[in-house]
Design a protein around this ligand. Structure first.
Ligand code: KIV
Ligand code: NA
Length: 275
């Protein structure tokens, strides 16, 4: 299994890091078999699996369920799980309890937390306790209420400079990697160059040390809006719809099940019992 040292070495060797989200066993298995370097059990599960319109309602129990499933599907892949909204903004012993469950019960390797300020203190304390932490800056979806929507971050000189300072602080606080979401590619390039730790981009252009996308976006397992930064490699939803329509049609017309799908008993017994 890869580890934080592997990801650092990949950056040093200019070997791009491919991260992919997964929330269940078959997706995690597919991701691992496709050769992703690490899996993110993201709280985007709240949106793409649970049908919420933000990540705010996602709970620790949700993340534990998704993490356990992903772990079983990809037993040999490094997994990082998102700490959900408000599980790292207050009492540190609550944060520790959440992390303990994720690492000990669900068996993931690391956690990801969003934001700056007090988040850096949390990164420092968790890292000191032996927990690998991935930072997440730029568009931080758990703060959608404060940001006022899902918008590109760091576009002005002042905002860009602030983001650079935060990225440096994230590294100083001990994060082993940084996710940069929805920032101009020039800024993401600059931050990737000045940091020692790997920068994994989403909507951050082609010059970061790695990329991450949401599984459902990549395979097209969604009917909804596809963000500009997504490259969709398939349209699984249309395949699923076609399959389900075929099933309903066959049941209604009586052409499913066929003889080959049925179980039988000894002919003589059947005749004796039922004529
Ligand atoms: O929850 C998630 O999928 C994420 C990625 C978009 C980085 O945090
Ligand atoms: Na997330």
């Amino acid at each position: 299994m890869k580890n934080v040292g592997s990801f650092l070495k990949m950056k040093q060797d200019s070997d791009p890091i491919a991260m992919m989200t997964a929330y269940d066993a078959p997706a995690a298995k597919a991701a691992a078999e496709a050769g992703v370097d690490l899996i993110l059990v993201g709280d985007s599960a709240g949106m793409v699996v649970q049908g919420y319109d933000s990540t705010i309602p996602v709970t620790l129990e949700d993340m534990l369920l998704h993490s356990r499933a992903a772990r079983r599907g990809a037993p040999d892949t490094f997994i990082v799980t998102d700490l959900p909204f408000l599980t790292y903004a207050g009492d540190f012993s609550e944060t520790l309890a959440a992390v303990k469950k994720l690492l000990q019960d669900a068996g993931v390797q690391a956690v990801k937390i969003e934001g700056s300020g007090e988040t850096f203190t949390v990164i420092e304390r968790l890292t000191a306790a032996g927990v690998p932490v991935m930072a997440h800056l730029g568009l931080t979806p758990q703060s959608v209420g404060v940001l006022g929507g899902y918008k590109v971050q760091g576009k002005t000189e002042q905002a860009a400079n602030q983001l650079i300072d935060e990225a440096i602080e994230a590294e100083k606080s001990g994060a082993f990697a940084l996710v940069l979401e929805c920032v101009p590619w020039q800024l993401a390039d600059h931050i990737s160059n000045i940091l020692t730790i790997p920068v994994i981009g989403i909507g951050a252009g082609h010059k970061t040390d790695g990329q991450v996308l949401v599984y459902h976006d990549v395979v097209g397992y969604t009917d909804g809006f596809v963000p500009k930064f997504v490259k969709q490699y398939a349209n699984v939803q249309s395949v699923i719809k076609k399959a389900l329509e075929g099933y309903v049609e066959d049941v209604k017309s009586g052409s499913f099940p066929e003889e080959s799908h049925a179980f039988t008993m000894d002919e003589e017994t059947a005749v004796k019992l039922y004529g």
